[in-house]
Design a protein around this ligand. Structure first.
Ligand code: AMP
Ligand code: GLY
Length: 446
């Protein structure tokens, strides 16, 4: 007989973020079986059994059958694409935005960690989120939305201050341009609207004022009813030391962020998170999952840069490293209006994550390089190594297979100890062309 207190979990997503989630789920006494929809990641497949499923919200038969046959009660969706496509609705047997329910089948899981398609518009449609912020007076950059290239160009030419240009749809983190001049701004607009570099994601464009200040990543668990603010993180987005070079998905992270004290975090909860969730509710949309708000701390106060409807990567790695509490219970509670009943806290001290990237990242990462030293790195006190762009080759060796290869993550009594440990571990790992920043977790901004 299966133990009824144990929960079977299906995890969706293939990056270091999901490896960190799997690692934390594994520590839960409530975990029954853990299944992964992405066994191609060797870090995740060491912790979870492969689930032979198709992640297509329009064709959920196999997924549904898998969940029923294996008594999966909780599905955890890591990345934004399946959320924006309505996978959460499909798993719960609820109608998604196109009015499609999952083929008339009842929900196959008890709870999903990850919001509905309608709520995911906060990330998948920047015009939607701008309008929501405007109507609720949530502090953000002044912006206009365009569907016509000529009108957008004329608007850009009429602006005296610097502007930021954003494809409104999902563009794998590449749809935002911070141009240095007007010609560059127009070139970006052409890329998005005329050359369609991001396909339909560029049908609408948001042009907004450029903000100055320090960036922070704020995360809140939301269960439809309760909000729980997590410790804020710092993400280092630029490729090079001293915040130079191109923007990336994130070369490292630090938790807690030294830029936010409790008072400021409470202000962000009151002025941003609560009104955001309330505005959705007024439209009949209940938010369940983690809400990630990217903010700029400007001289006029914190302003929203973007919403994401998932954990950040590499912010998740530092959050999971410091999280105290049972992640199965926390995620189940988030999906089922029970957050007020779970214990959740963060271990004192700090966590630092140093990303080891492949040569050529972010434009053209080199793959197939043999990786050594992961076991030796894990022997450094307080260190975990989470795998992102890593695969096993035909001979069973670990090789690079993506831009951000490994997330070397350390906890410590303070940020200095965590940094030292993370770099001591990072230096034990070798692969040809390894790229890392040396200033993660220092005062450098960006
Ligand atoms: P987003 O995906 O909207 O967070 O944008 C990616 C990056 O572009 C952010 O992390 C910021 O560094 C930068 N960015 C976005 N919006 C603005 C803005 N209004 N002003 C200055 N920088 C911005
Ligand atoms: N670290 C930024 C992101 O996950 O979007």
């Amino acid at each position: 007989m299966p133990d009824p207190s144990k929960i079977n979990v299906l995890l969706i997503g293939s990056g270091a973020r999901e490896h960190a989630i799997a690692w934390k789920l594994r520590q839960s006494p409530r975990l029954g079986q853990l299944f992964t929809a992405n066994p191609e990641n060797p870090g995740i497949s060491a912790l979870a059994a492969p689930a032979d499923v198709l992640l297509d919200p329009k064709n959920t038969m196999r997924l549904q059958n898998f969940c029923l046959a294996n008594r999966v009660q909780l599905a955890v969706i890591g990345p934004e694409e399946p959320l924006a496509a309505g996978l959460s609705d499909a798993l719960l047997g609820e109608q998604s935005m196109a009015g499609k329910s999952s083929g008339g089948l009842k929900g196959c899981v008890q709870a999903v960690f990850g919001p509905s398609q309608a709520a995911a518009q906060l990330e998948s449609d920047k015009a939607f989120s701008k309008e929501l912020m405007r109507s609720s007076l949530i502090p953000t950059a002044d912006a206009r939305t365009f569907t016509d290239f000529g009108a957008a160009k004329a608007y850009l030419e009429s602006r005296e201050s610097a502007q930021v240009i954003k494809a409104a749809g999902l563009a794998k983190g590449k749809g935002v341009f911070v141009p240095a001049s007007l010609p560059e701004a127009i070139a970006a607009l052409e890329q998005i609207m005329v050359k369609k570099a991001f396909g339909a994601a560029g049908d609408k464009v948001v042009i907004e004022e450029r903000l100055k200040g320090r960036e922070v990543s704020v995360f809140a668990l939301v269960d439809g009813k309760n909000i729980f603010m997590l410790d804020a993180c710092q993400d280092h987005k630029r490729l090079g030391d001293g915040a130079t070079g191109p923007n990336t998905g994130g070369m490292g992270s630090l938790c807690p962020s030294p830029a936010l004290d409790e008072r400021l975090l409470a202000k962000i909860e009151r002025d941003v998170v609560v009104p955001t969730i309330d505005a959705l509710r007024r439209d009949g949309i209940e938010y369940r999952g983690v809400l990630y708000v990217g903010l700029m701390l400007t001289p006029a106060g914190p302003k929203v840069l973007e919403y994401n409807v998932r954990f950040g990567d590499p912010e998740c790695q530092v959050l999971m490293s410091r999280l105290q509490g049972d992640l199965v219970e926390i995620m189940l509670a988030t999906g089922s209006r029970g957050l007020d009943k779970v214990d959740l806290s963060f271990r004192p001290g700090a966590a630092v994550c140093v990303v080891l990237a492949a040569q050529g990242y972010p434009d053209n990462p080199r793959t197939g390089q043999v990786i050594t030293g992961i076991d030796e790195a894990r022997q450094v006190e307080g260190v975990e190594v989470f795998m992102g762009g890593v695969r096993r080759d035909a001979e069973g060796r670990l090789v690079t297979a993506g831009g951000r290869v490994l997330s070397v993550t350390a906890v410590g009594a303070d940020v200095n100890e965590a940094r030292k440990r993370a770099y001591a571990a990072a230096d034990r790992i070798q692969f040809e062309g390894k790229v890392l920043r040396r200033d993660i977790g220092t005062d450098v901004v960006g």
